[in-house]
Design a binder for this molecule. Structure first.
Ligand code: PFF
Length: 445
C-alpha cells in the first residue's frame, strides 16, 4: 500500500522536519554539551558534520522516502528489497522506543508549563527546586499523569493527519519558537556578566580538539538531525516530486544548527551571569533555569515563554516519532489512522509508564547502573539510531545509487563533481564514521 498524504507545500515539509530535529536535544543537551566538550572545538566539528555526512544522510533518507512512497518499512523494501525492509522495521522500533521515554520528559515540560502559568517556578533556592523536581519524577501518579497528558497531545496531533495535524502544528509553532527564543536571548545577553557564558560556548583552543570531542560532535549531529529512526524517510514520503531534495534538506540542516546555537545563547549567558553551574539534562532546564528567572524582572513571564519553547520543541519531535509508527501500521497492517493512533496511544502509554516509574518505585531495577529510562535511551542513541543510519547509507550509497542520483537531480541539475562528492560522503564517509562510533560505544572508553 502506498501513501497518498502530502505536505501542502515545501515550507510545510521543511518546518515539520526542522520541528523533528529541534527538540530537547537542542535545548537541554547542546548548551551544556558544547561547553563540556571544549566550546568551539565541539561546535566547529558539529557544524562540519552537519553540512557533510549529516546533510548527505538527510538527503538519502528523504530520497528513499520519496521514491518508496510509504512507511520506512515499505519504502526501504521497495527501494532495496526484503532485507532493507527488515532494517526499516528497526527504524519503527527505534522511534517507538524513543517516543516512549521522550513522552515522559515531554510530560515534565507540560508539568513545568503548568507551574509557570500559576507563577510557581521562579524560586531562588536550588534545594527547593531540586526537591520540587525530585518530587515530580518520583511520585508515580504525577509522573505517569503528565506523561499521559503529553502523549495525548502527541497522539491527538498525529490523528488529525499529515497536513491538518503535523504540518499545521509545525507551521504555527516553529516560528513562535524562534521568536520566543530571541526574546529570551536578548534578555540574557543584556545581563551584566553574560559574556562569560558566550565565551564558555564559543572559546577555541587547539588542545581541546580531541578525538572524544569530535566523536561526541558526530553523535550529537546524528541525534539532532533525527537520523536513523526512519523519520525523514517517512516525512520524505509525503514530499511532492516538484520539490528539490538538496535544497529542502539544506534548509532543515541550517535550521537545526541555528536552533542549537540559539539555545546555547538562550541559556549559558544567563547561567554565567548569576554564577550558576552549567550542567546538562533535566537539572539544567528544571533547576538552573528557574533560578535565572527568579533573578530577573518579569521573570515569571520569561519562565512562561521558556517552558512554552520547551514544550513546542518536544512536541514537534514527538509527533515525528509517532508518525513513523503510525505510517507503518497504516501501510503494513492496513489500519486506519485513527485505529493506528489508538493502538500507539495505549502501547506507548504502557511502555512509557515503565520509564516513568523507573524514577520512583522501580528505580531499584538497573542494568550497569542505568534505570529502565536511561537504558532505553542508551540503547536507542548509541546503537539503534547509528545502525539505522548505517543501513540508509548502504542503501543509498551502494544498493540504490542510481535511484538516489535520480531523486537528487529530479528538479534541478547538479554538477557531476557535486554528485561524486555526495556519493563519497554517503557510500564511504558515513558508514565508516558510523561504524567507528558504534565500535567506540561498544569497546571504547
Ligand atoms: N532531534 C530531536 C532532538 O534533538 O531533541 C530528538 C530526536 C527526535 C531524536 C527523533 C531522534 C529522533 F528519532
Amino acid at each position: 500500500m502506498t501513501n497518498n498524504a502530502q505536505w501542502s507545500s515545501r515550507l510545510g515539509f521543511i518546518l515539520a522536519s526542522a520541528g523533528s530535529a529541534i527538540g530537547l536535544g537542542a535545548i537541554w543537551k547542546f548548551p551544556f554539551w558544547a561547553g563540556a566538550n571544549g566550546g568551539a572545538a565541539f561546535i566547529i566539528p558539529y557544524i562540519v558534520f552537519t553540512f557533510t555526512i549529516g546533510l548527505a544522510l538527510v538527503m538519502a533518507e528523504v530520497a528513499i522516502g520519496r521514491r518508496g512512497r510509504g512507511s520506512v518499512v515499505s519504502a526501504m523494501r521497495r527501494v532495496g528489497g526484503r532485507w532493507f525492509g527488515t532494517l526499516g522495521a528497526l527504524g519503527v522500533l527505534t522511534s517507538f522506543f524513543i517516543l516512549s521515554y521522550y513522552s515522559v520528559v515531554g510530560g515534565w515540560c507540560v508539568a513545568y508549563l503548568w507551574d509557570a502559568i500559576q507563577g510557581n517556578v521562579t524560586i531562588n533556592d536550588a534545594n527547593l527546586l531540586k526537591s520540587h523536581f525530585g518530587h515530580l519524577v518520583s511520585t508515580p501518579e504525577l509522573n505517569v499523569f503528565w506523561h499521559f497528558v503529553f502523549l495525548t497531545l502527541t497522539c491527538g496531533t498525529v490523528a488529525l493527519g499529515v497536513e491538518s495535524g503535523i504540518e499545521r502544528l509545525s507551521k504555527y509553532l516553529m516560528p513562535t519558537l524562534f521568536i520566543l527564543m530571541l526574546a529570551i536571548i536578548v534578555r540574557g545577553l543584556t545581563l551584566p556578566g553574560a559574556w562569560a557564558g558566550v565565551e564558555y560556548l564559543f572559546n577555541f583552543s587547539w588542545d581541546k580538539v580531541t578525538s572524544n570531542a569530535i566523536l561526541n560532535a558526530m553523535g550529537f549531529t546524528f541525534f539532532s538531525l533525527s537520523l536513523g529512526a526512519g523519520i525523514l524517510v517517512t516525512y520524505g514520503s509525503y514530499l511532492s516530486d516538484k520539490t528539490d531534495v538538496p535544497n529542502a534538506s539544506l534548509w532543515v540542516a541550517v535550521l537545526a544548527i541555528q536552533a542549537a546555537l540559539l539555545a546555547g545563547l538562550m541559556i549559558m549567558p544567563a547561567v554565567f551571569a548569576f554564577g550558576l553551574e552549567p550542567n546538562g539534562g533535566p537539572g539544567l532546564v528544571f533547576v538552573t533555569v528557574p533560578m535565572i528567572f527568579s533573578h530577573i524582572p518579569f521573570g515569571g513571564v520569561f519562565a512562561l515563554l521558556f517552558y512554552i519553547c520547551l514544550l513546542v520543541a518536544a512536541l514537534t519531535s514527538a509527533v515525528s516519532l509517532l508518525e513513523v509508527v503510525t505510517a507503518y501500521l497504516q501501510n503494513e497492517w492496513h489500519l486506519s489512522r485513527k485505529v493506528a493512533t489508538i493502538v500507539n496511544w495505549v502501547s506507548l502509554f504502557l511502555l512509557g509508564s515503565v520509564s516513568a516509574l523507573s524514577f520512583g518505585p522501580w528505580s531499584g531495577f538497573t542494568v550497569s547502573g542505568r534505570n529502565f529510562f536511561d537504558l532505553l535511551d542508551y540503547i536507542c542513541s548509541n546503537y539503534m539510531m547509528p545502525l539505522g543510519g548505517f543501513a540508509v547509507a548502504i542503501l543509498a550509497g551502494w544498493v540504490a545509487w542510481p535511484m538516489m542520483r535520480q531523486q537528487i537531480t529530479a528538479v534541478k541539475p547538479y554538477s557531476e563533481a557535486a554528485l561524486s562528492l555526495l556519493r563519497i560522503m554517503i557510500a564511504f564517509l558515513a558508514p565508516i564514521l558510523v561504524a567507528v562510533a558504534i565500535y567506540q560505544g561498544l569497546f571504547g572508553g
